[in-house]
Write a protein that binds this ligand. Structure first.
Ligand SMILES: [Zn+2]
Length: 65
């Protein structure tokens, strides 16, 4: 099983650590990440994709890259 890189990230507004609980080793490949994320996905029904992220701490929103 390949080793996934750490997906640590911070809020661009308040710099809060958005990395959540660690994902169990056996589940990391399925999730494609080493940790869950605390950021909130803003889903656009028309575009059928997540277009923005929202910080759970300060409420700041930013475009998904
Ligand atoms: Zn924030």
């Amino acid at each position: 099983m390949k080793q996934l890189t750490n997906n640590k990230e911070n809020c661009p507004y308040c710099n809060a650590d958005l990395q959540g609980e660690p994902i169990l080793n056996e589940d990391q490949e399925w999730y494609g990440a080493t940790h869950f994320t605390r950021k909130i996905g803003m889903y656009d029904l028309e575009k059928d994709r997540t277009i923005k992220w929202k910080c759970p701490d300060c409420g700041g929103e930013w475009d998904r890259l």
